[in-house]
Ligand binder design. Structure first.
Ligand SMILES: Cc1ncc(COP(=O)(O)O)c(C=O)c1O
Length: 443
């Protein structure tokens, strides 16, 4: 969703409205050299040509969803003040807006009570969740599926916590028998379930994971950085729906507004079910917590300075597009899954390719058929390049044999490179015939 000139009129109006609130102050305009600024800005625009067209529906590569125009405008408007949500004296209004926005996300997963905040992104949000997990179960391991985001094993190592990978089954979801065997050893303190894996958009069977973890007293953390908002969608398969409905039973959850929540980058969110975990964050700041005895967000975050503008952008977007089932925002997610199902159907009916799974969310992955795994991987790279020449931008992702066994007869390698499409823009549903046409022309 590009900025268009009428958006700029709206931005000017909002900035004037914001300035009205400070009109009593003597004028203090800051001037700059307009010509040099223009040169620099146009040079930056030229440099930005060296990008894939992330904003366009023909870009279906990585998990990139353009922010909503209202989020961009709110962010730009907030830049007038550039608040810092570390402490209330750095960003009072924007801190309250953050608390309200985060409470809406918590309510979306069924939590009336919670502790949570925004942060730089999914990595940092998961970091905080795993750090709290470590504090609650010192010496115990963190387990996640082999299809979980790489950040979990990496963060475990940063935290000095043992990491136990649990294999994914043929459907790309956590293998429950393997999890049960590992839990029985008594060394796992926290199980990470992924609701929407990064590579293939698979949803771990959360109700069963919660049951197995609780039986041995382990915690459950849900990494729904990419997939969390899909809880609002009404067109999920029953097993996927059940996983989302079980989110309320988790101990902590990560959902990134900067993935599916239409926000600019720099906006992750971590939520804890038990607000008393705030005790682990306890510290003093001799510089900043003087302005009020009310909670400063810095008291419950590991980061210090954080962009208040992110909170303003999120709050504004939620005011326009509340997190409700059957609302406009939910319809956008449903459109993405419909687009994914349409792409899946087109691939299934073409003997040159083989999709790995019926998409659960809005990611589709497929093998380019060939005699062997090595040849299929090479063909995937060729199709990736050919599609780009048709201005269709896909991604590549490698999958283990167990997840792609049915697509290849000669397994001369442990993995196969697949093509991957993230059809996460609502307009992908209408663009699918054009996307399929260009893809077929690239095979
Ligand atoms: C499931 C999941 N978790 C964590 C992350 C990391 O998030 P970020 O890139 O915002 O740090 C990603 C990124 O794609 C993800 O898909």
């Amino acid at each position: 969703m590009p900025i268009d000139p009428k958006d700029l009129d709206l931005l000017a109006e909002a900035v004037r409205r914001l300035r009205d609130g400070f009109a009593r102050l003597p004028a203090a305009a800051r001037s700059y050299d307009g010509e040099r600024a223009r040169d620099a800005l146009l040079a930056a625009a030229d440099r930005m040509h060296d990008n894939f067209p992330y904003h366009h529906p023909l870009y279906v590569g990585q998990m990139l969803k353009p922010p909503h125009p209202v989020a961009k405008l709110a962010y730009a408007m907030a830049m007038e003040l550039n608040p810092n949500n570390h402490a209330l004296d750095g960003g009072r209004a924007s801190s309250y807006m953050e608390k309200e926005a985060v409470a809406q996300i918590a309510r979306m997963v069924g939590w009336e009570e919670h502790l949570g905040h925004l942060c730089g992104g999914g990595t940092f949000a998961n970091f905080e969740a795993l750090w709290v997990a470590r504090e609650l179960a010192p010496g115990k391991a963190i387990a996640a599926s082999s299809q979980a985001h790489y950040t979990h094993s990496r963060l475990s190592s940063v935290l000095g916590v043992p990491f136990v990978p649990i294999p994914a089954d043929a459907s790309g979801r956590m293998d429950l028998d393997a999890l049960q065997r590992e839990l029985a050893r008594g060394e796992i303190g926290t199980v990470v379930a992924t609701l929407g894996t990064t590579a293939a958009g698979r949803v771990d069977p959360l109700p069963e994971i919660v049951k197995l973890a609780r039986a041995v007293g382990a915690r459950v953390h849900v990494d729904a950085a990419y997939g969390g908002y899909f809880t609002l969608a009404s067109n999920l398969e029953p097993a996927t729906r059940a996983a989302y409905d079980a989110m309320r039973d988790a101990d902590s959850i990560v959902i990134d507004p900067h993935k599916h929540g239409l926000q600019p980058y720099g906006c992750g969110c971590v939520l804890f079910k038990d607000p008393s975990v705030g005790r682990f964050y306890r510290h003093d700041s001799p510089y900043t917590y003087f302005s009020s005895s009310e909670l400063h967000l810095g008291e419950i975050t590991l980061e210090c300075s954080r962009a208040g503008a992110s909170a303003v952008a999120l709050w504004t977007t939620l005011r326009m597009l509340p997190l409700v089932r059957d609302g406009e925002f939910a319809r956008g997610l449903e459109a993405g899954r419909e687009a994914a199902l349409a792409l899946y159907a087109a691939l299934r009916d073409d003997e040159r390719v083989a999709p790995l799974f019926v998409p659960e969310l809005d990611i589709v992955v497929w093998v380019v058929r060939a005699r062997s795994a090595t040849e299929a991987s090479a063909r995937a790279r060729e199709v990736f390049d050919a599609a780009a020449r048709h201005d269709l931008h896909l991604a590549l992702a490698s999958f283990p044999r167990a997840m792609a066994a049915h697509t290849i007869s000669d397994w001369d390698a442990d993995d196969v490179m697949c093509l991957r499409a993230c059809v996460m823009k609502p307009e992908h549903r209408e663009w699918m015939p054009e996307i399929v046409k260009r893809l077929k022309a690239s095979l």
